[in-house]
Structures are given as structure tokens and as C-alpha cells.
Write a protein that binds this ligand. Sequence first.
Ligand code: 5RP
Length: 236
Amino acid sequence: MSADLSPIDKAKFAAARRATDYVEDGMRVGLGTGSTAAWLVKCLGEMVREDGLRLTGVPTSSRTAALAREVGIKVVSLDEARWLDLTIDGADEYDSNLNLIKGGGGALLQEKIVATASDQMVVIADISKQVDTLGAFPLPVEVIPFGWQTTKVLIEETLIGLDVLGRDTSLRLNGERPYVTDEGNYILDLHLNRIGNARQLSLVLNQIPGVVENGLFIDVCDAVVIGYGDGRVEVR
Ligand code: 5RP
């Protein structure tokens, strides 16, 4: 599967394939969203089809649900599964405490719910996602469409008192229209550059009316499988 891949895709594929080691027969597994998670879903599909792996997948987006079905994975909703053995997902950034920024692909809400409902969460990422301090990647915040411009102002005002380096926020677009999440919400991307206290920021953001959820995953991730462009893998 990995022949002719670019170094970045080789890294993503290597991390995804190694993460399948965490999957045991009969498990209920949360399936992440994004290009790295797509490699995982393809690898798991191959194991289902060729090795007879019994797996129940709970996808974190409509995109992942479609791909999982396509490759032969049994898909159920989180309400049907209730609790999961494991979730494997990508990330936009991870730090040395395994705290994350997620939501670059717009699926942070389902991703956070599914990861939190899992005994274990494993992140798969290429080494470029590793940072000393979170925040260079714009922090996605899912907001209700009603009054989103007011919510945006409230977020910007709230940021004044916090340990961040930037305060610009932008509405994520899909062409000329707002990007709409699977839940029918919008996403504001917060250009903070550096997040000094991610735990505090996450708590404060989620108290603002109109905010549904933010892309900081604090104390959720148990391990990161890191892929390199030459196909090497390291686990943290
Ligand atoms: C989607 C996510 C993705 O996991 C994150 O954006 C990483 O994506 P990729 O593997 O394509 O780099 O959080 O909401």
C-alpha cells in the first residue's frame, strides 16, 4: 500500500498501520477523521476483509462513515455502541503532555465526544504535528450559526485576558459560504500563535454562549504514534 507515496503520506501511512497493533478482535473502535485517519480506516478494512478481524467502528464524521462502509467495516452510531474500547484519530498538533489541537478537518465535536467515550485514545500523526507549545495551528471552535458574529466578538474579548499571543479569529469558509459541520454548525479559527495555558483556554471558551466545543483535547490522548517520511515509527 505504501509504494510510490510522498514522504508525508509515507509517514501518515506508517503511523496508521502501526496503530492497528492496538486493535484486537471484537473491539468497538472510534474511527477518526482526516487524511491520516483515512489510512487507518483503509488498513482496518483490509484486516476485516483479509484476516477476518471482527470490528465495530464508530465514525467521527460522515466522510469517515462513508469510507469505513466502503472498505467493509461494520459501522454503528455511538448511541448503539455506548462505550468504546479504543479511538484512533489524527491531530493538527500534539505537545509533550499529549495535549492536542484537533478540528482542522472540521470534525472536532464528534471527535471529542467519541474520544471521551473510549477507554483509550491513540493519535496517529506525522512528525510535523509535534510542537513545544500548542497554538501555531489555528484553534478551531465550533459555534452555533445563530448569532455567530456576536459569539466571535465575545471570544475575541475573552482572549484579551488570557495567555495567548494572537487574537484574530476567522470564520472558516467553504468557497464563499461558511463551512458547515456535520452538526450544522460553523467553525471559527482562532489565530493564537501560542497558547500558554491550554486547559484554562479550553474551559473558558466552552463557557461562552454560542460555543459548542473547541479543538483543544486536554488529558484525552493516551499515546501518539508518530510516523516519519522514511517509514519509521515511534510511539510516545
Ligand atoms: C479533523 C481532525 C484531523 O484529525 C486533523 O485535522 C488531522 O488531519 P490530517 O490527518 O489530515 O493531517 O482533527 O477534524
